[in-house]
Write a protein that binds this ligand. Structure first.
Ligand code: GAL
Length: 864
């Protein structure tokens, strides 16, 4: 649908902004600071109604969430460098209290938990830092980041006006602020920290906390302000954030957000670049066209600080995943993937957007704005300074139709659900729906199995496994808790382990021999059922519904029958009102029914055993490697529940990230050289049916465009390179339900298929420095890779998308040969559509705009 000039329904909203006194030329560089030059006493961070103000100057800030414990310190510099190269100014992270203070008063800040080192790495890269102290984080993190011991403090009620909680919250917040101050990391001290967050999205759940919740918000703000950080504090999703704390927006879109005071800038603390993965869920994906659209709309409507949640998601190592049911991968479909590799086209397209936005910084921060609407869903916005620096946004919110937008008398074609950015108010430098960057499909390349023969030092190519059978039921009679009735799991284990046994006896005299129906209810999350030592079944909830009801026929024998349930937590809840008291484990009633007899065994005498023998023995640790508990002689148990496995492997060569494929396993946990890679649940497959249809057009929601329907939610588990040694590496697995370890393989991750599709029909996009760029097909493999083959190339009207291209009616048959010649054997290659036309020499469909689509394969130079 076209809209002509005459159709204008003109709404003029004129907003006056304070004009800057100095005139600067538009710069396309990012607004990071030079931390060596400025004197600490000159340094200040404040804000006004438009923006965060650093050293007296308003800043347009692009921020990126990278959570330090979700990668290794060895990965940090590269992740931060990739963010910087991607046009990011600020790195943002939560503080993870439960990791830093696992026991009350005992602090850990080493390795992945070295928050100060992480902030310093940001500083070294010349980026700013936003420290979200919380101390409640949410973040799909175990118990939302609260240490489990907090729950057991006398008289405590979490996240409300409760003296015990407030004193603990103040203690940890003060400790973190003091650490940052001692290291001189706040901006005024010469460091990078420009902003801090207190609480997290309390406004979304505070209703049931009533008046006490309101008092708590006021107290939290006052407490934070009292810490004299001299940087602005924010509260996200908190409409009633008390002044001068800035209330900020979280969501997939924040263009309509308004801060709670005209004196506060419009800040977006969480722009969800994708979504989190749950066991049993599909793999989330948010198309970059939509992310870019949301960002552009935000800046168009007056936003000046935007943070990607996540920019690098990383991994929920060990037992850090929350939920329940949050998977180990926290990839999030972020611009930098779980393994630290660039996720294209997301990274590149957003980089282009950031460059364009930074080029608009002066008019956006110092100009006046004029918004006009033109018919359905069209808004043009012009930001202009006194000095005539000008930047325009043309947005088309229609989710079906491309529109012709008249701007200053010139027609501009704006695709559906997109925004065009004109950093000089004339030339389109960027359109959110026109992606110039290649699509990279990562491969998980299986590595040849290699193991060093213990004591001989020779290499061999099959793994030798050893195993240990975890006892069913009681393994330490001295530590058994006996209780008449059912105990809550979290209250009993205090979250020191995922596992707790519930054991009771049933006598045939009470219900008679034969088949009885067992029925029980559990608060979650997963339950293994054993009768007289034999595995009978597995029941579990889901991310959407952690509680479950079990019905299972059981054949009782004559006399005494022992019923043993292994209840397993899969990450403690991290979200919702009163999430901290949700509880876990069997909460009853537990009953057995046979014909007309029903016995309730909930009030029986139950025996409880916390954790597993293997955990007590520390079987996953390197020092237990030669322990006699490991059985090397017996045949490898396959498809049997409750088995610990161990083997060793030689590290895959090269530099590509390493992972382990656990598809052949059931459910459990995995360690390499004593480091917890996390929980796995390979046989929990994704059932969601939304996988097929995906258009970036229209509102995104978690679940839209997701992938891997009907497949294991997660099969690969990241093994950071820093955790592997060149030759001998210990792999330990605890399998709960039954798996086949002989099928386990190591893989390395590298680009596989790469695609590029560019068209003459796209308007010539100007670059930020004003030159026009011809549409050019560009493909690039990984640093140690070459283009090994071209699977598809078409100059004409190719259709479809990467891995699914087909020729259109218009197709030049020479396309494949020309692209092969230009690209094979190279690490990267490019061809403009125009040059392609010249090389072909004749026009396959005169008078029609042509496009060029290429699909290539990348191969590593030396295979591992
Ligand atoms: C937000 C929360 C984040 C994270 C996100 C979903 O509500 O603030 O911590 O949980 O949702 O990934």
């Amino acid at each position: 649908m076209n809209i002509k000039l005459g159709d204008f329904s003109l709404t003029l909203i004129l907003m006056m902004f304070i004009m800057a006194s100095t005139s600067k030329s538009i710069s396309s560089t990012q607004s990071s600071f030079n931390y060596t030059k400025a004197e600490p006493q000159q340094r200040s961070v404040t804000y006004d109604e438009r923006a965060i103000v650093i050293d007296g100057e308003r800043k347009l800030l692009i921020s990126a969430s990278i959570h330090y414990p979700r990668s290794t310190p060895e990965m940090w510099p590269d992740l931060i460098a990739k963010a910087k190269e991607g046009g990011v100014d600020v790195i943002e992270s939560y503080m993870f209290w439960n990791m830093h203070e696992p026991q009350r008063g005992q602090f850990v800040f080493e390795g992945r938990l070295d928050l100060i080192r992480f902030i310093r790495e940001t500083h070294k890269a010349g980026l700013y830092f936003h420290l979200r102290i919380g101390p409640y984080a949410c973040a799909e993190w175990n118990y939302g980041g609260f240490p489990a011991w907090l729950h057991f403090l006398e008289g405590i009620r979490l996240r409300t006006d409760n003296a015990v909680f407030k004193s603990e919250m103040e203690r940890i917040t003060t400790k973190i602020v003091d650490m940052v101050k001692d290291e001189k990391l706040f901006y005024w001290q010469g460091g990078p920290v420009i902003m801090a967050q207190i609480e997290n999205e309390y406004g979304l759940i505070n209703k049931p906390y009533e008046a006490a919740g309101k008092r708590y918000v006021k107290w939290a703000a006052k407490m934070a302000l009292g810490l004299d950080t001299k940087v602005p504090w924010v509260m996200c999703a908190q409409k009633d954030a008390p002044d001068p704390v800035i209330n900020t927006c979280n969501g997939f879109y924040c263009d309509h957000f308004k801060p709670n005071s005209p004196k506060k800038p419009k800040i977006w603390t969480e722009n969800w670049t994708g979504w989190f993965l749950a066991f049993g869920g599909t793999k989330p994906r948010r198309p970059v066209e939509d992310v870019a659209f949301a960002v552009a709309r935000f800046f168009q409507s007056g936003g000046t600080f935007q943070n990607y949640y996540m920019y690098h998601g990383g991994t929920n190592f060990e037992r850090t995943a929350g939920g329940p049911f949050i998977a180990t991968s926290y990839d999030y479909d972020a611009p930098v993937d779980e393994y630290g590799l660039i996720n294209q086209p997301k990274w590149g397209h957003l980089k282009d957007l950031h460059d364009t936005l930074h080029a608009c910084e002066r008019p956006l921060l110092h100009g006046t704005v004029q918004h006009s609407t033109q018919g359905h869903g069209i808004v043009t916005s012009v930001y202009k300074t006194k000095e005539d620096e000008c930047c325009a946004f043309l947005s088309n919110k229609d989710d079906k139709f491309d529109k012709q937008v008249y701007f200053r008398g010139t027609p501009y074609q704006v695709p559906a659900w997109s925004v065009s950015l004109l950093p000089d108010c004339k030339t389109v430098a960027f359109n959110t729906a026109q992606v110039k960057h290649q699509t990279t499909v990562m491969n998980m390349n299986t590595v040849e199995q290699k193991q060093v023969v213990p004591f001989y030092g020779r290499e061999k190519s099959t793994f030798t496994w050893e195993s240990f059978k975890e006892p069913i039921g009681i393994w330490d009679a001295n530590k058994v808790i006996i209780y008449n009735g059912l105990k809550d799991q979290m209250n009993t284990t205090r979250d020191t382990t995922d596992y707790m046994w519930y054991i009771t006896s049933v006598y045939s005299s009470n219900i008679s021999v034969g088949i009885s129906q067992l029925s029980l209810r559990s608060l979650g999350h997963s339950l293994l059922i054993f009768l007289n030592g034999e595995f009978k079944g597995h029941a579990f909830g889901s991310y959407e519904r952690e509680k479950f009801q079990l019905q299972l026929p059981l054949k009782l024998k004559d006399g005494k029958n022992e019923l043993a349930f292994l209840s397993t937590t899969v990450g403690l809840k991290n979200f919702g009102p009163f999430f901290d008291i949700a509880g876990t484990g069997i909460d009853g009633p537990v009953s057995l029914t046979q014909a007309k007899t029903k016995i309730d065994i909930s009030k029986n005498q139950w025996k409880y055993q916390i954790g597993l023998l293997g955990e007590k023995l520390n079987l996953q640790s390197e020092r237990m490697n030669l322990s006699t508990h490991w059985d090397a002689n017996e045949e490898l148990p396959i498809s049997q529940p409750m088995i610990w496995y161990k083997t060793s492997f030689i590290s895959p060569s090269g530099y590509d990230p390493v992972a382990i494929n656990l598809e052949s396993m059931g459910k459990g946990a995995v360690w390499v050289n004593g480091h917890g890679l996390g929980r796995y649940w390979s046989d929990y497959t994704a059932s969601n049916l939304e996988c097929e249809k995906c258009s970036y057009r229209g509102k995104y929601h978690a679940g839209k465009c997701s992938q891997h329907c009907g497949q294991p939610s997660q099969r690969w588990f990241h093994i950071p390179r820093a955790w592997v040694k060149p030759t001998y590496n210990l792999l330990v697995i605890f399998e709960e339900t039954g798996g086949d370890p002989s099928q386990i393989r190591f893989v390395t991750r590298a680009p596989g298929t790469v695609c590029s599709h560019v068209s003459e029909a796209q308007p010539m996009l100007g670059t930020v420095n004003g030159t026009l760029e011809a549409p050019t097909m560009m493909i690039e493999c990984g640093p140690n890779q070459k283009i090994s083959s071209i699977g598809f190339a078409s100059y004409g009207s190719p259709r479809g998308s990467c891995q699914d291209f087909t020729h259109g009616r218009c197709h030049a048959y020479e396309s494949l040969d020309i692209v092969r010649q230009a690209c094979i054997g190279k690490q990267q290659c490019s061809l403009s559509v125009k040059r392609m036309g010249n090389l072909i020499g004749k026009d396959p469909c005169p008078g029609r705009p042509k496009s060029l689509a290429v699909q290539a394969l990348c191969a590593s130079e030396s295979r591992n």
